[in-house]
Design a protein around this ligand. Sequence first.
Ligand SMILES: [Zn+2]
Length: 199
Amino acid sequence: MPPHLPAEPAGPTGSVGSAPPAPADSAPAPDPRPGDAGAPSRPGPSPDPVRDPWRSAMRLALAEADAAAAAGDVPVGAVVLSPDGEVLARGHNEREATGDPTAHAEVLALRRAAEATGEWRLTGCTLVVTLEPCVMCAGALVQARVARVVFGAVDEKAGAAGSLWDLVRDRRLNHRPEVIHDVLGEECAQQLTAFFRAR
Ligand SMILES: [Zn+2]
């Protein structure tokens, strides 16, 4: 039984825009929230309607990534959510564990989601992953027709969802998933940094 998500992503159209603006600085600072008096200097607590709905799913992806690291693989984890926000599948990087160069978290999660639904088209689904997808995974996301890709850390050296390439939003393609970046981005980046530091 997949654990349900406490904060469900607000439906298929819950997120805003395909090019998310910079989070905090445009928002009006005075935010009347009770019991959170000393918070304005910290970036975390200010509400972010675009990213906040995906945080709980990103925590699941982070937990998946931990499983990768435990097996000696670079910690990248992914989950696929149904249009209703239910967890359909999970995956983590298994290149070292399986010796398969295509065993990236996203590919494995997409395959399992397709198995679970019995349908290669993952229409309306969202893939949540701790690191910006590479070209292969970005291609797989487009092939799977997911509605949305949500990622944590940016991969400036190989990212294909806005960094080095923007394959998922290439206007020449018929299907272009929405992209939401920097959901728990710092935590995702720290997990990777810690892994490489410990090697
Ligand atoms: Zn990949």
